[in-house]
Design a protein around this ligand. Structure first.
Ligand code: URA
Length: 199
């Protein structure tokens, strides 16, 4: 498949796998560290992201930056991607067939980065990676579920940061959930080390 994130991002820029390519200014493959321990996966680019070719640079992105700070994370140390890499018209929800058409890119990103933890942002990202859950029940709780390599992967569903822009009551929930990330990551790494030592 793709040998590097750079190669993947270049291929993504030329992608015509679905009709979203027709309306894009730029593709938004994702950005961040190839060695990220945590991957954040949102829904799809909005207007600002489409213009700049970068994920989460608009209003929701400003709040995501705040959440990263709350989680003691630097934006350049994590990897931020979306389930669809081109902007859906008028920011509508991505269609299931668009999510599927874009899946090979997200799958390859996860495979290349091999994050310890995948934070899903919103229903669409959670729905693709952790099917069958309700976000109102699943948010803020880590879940071990199958990873793309068939092994176990830790996921941590969160609400989409944009919901806090429309409904202030979600703001505190998102901040609370972000606050739990450092301890969760520490726990995942400790367990991995213990597993390795036990072999
Ligand atoms: N919302 C998303 O889901 N992704 C972005 O990149 C920006 C806003």
């Amino acid at each position: 498949m793709f040998k590097t994130l750079k190669e993947l991002e270049e291929a993504c820029k030329k992608c015509t796998n679905c009709d979203l390519c027709k309306g894009r200014t730029n593709t938004v493959p994702g950005e961040g560290s190839a060695k990220a321990e945590i991957m954040f996966i949102g829904e799809g680019p909005g207007k600002d992201e489409d213009i700049q070719g970068k994920p989460f640079v608009g209003a929701a992105g400003k709040f995501l930056n705040q959440l990263l700070e709350t989680a003691c994370l630097k934006r350049e140390d994590v990897y931020i991607a979306n389930v669809v890499k081109c902007r859906p018209p008028n920011n509508r929800d991505p269609l299931p067939e668009e999510i599927e058409a874009c899946w090979p890119y997200l799958e390859a990103q996860i495979e290349l980065i091999k994050p310890e933890l995948i934070v899903t942002l919103g229903r669409h990202s959670m729905g693709r990676l952790l099917p069958g859950l309700k976000i109102s029940e699943a948010h803020g709780k880590a879940k071990r579920y199958k990873g793309i390599d068939g092994g176990k992967q830790v996921y941590y569903p969160m609400y989409h940061p944009a919901v806090a822009l429309y409904n202030g009551s979600y703001r505190e929930i998102l901040i609370e959930d972000a606050r739990r990330i450092p301890k969760l990551l520490e726990k995942i790494k400790k367990e991995k080390l213990n597993e390795r030592n036990a072999k």
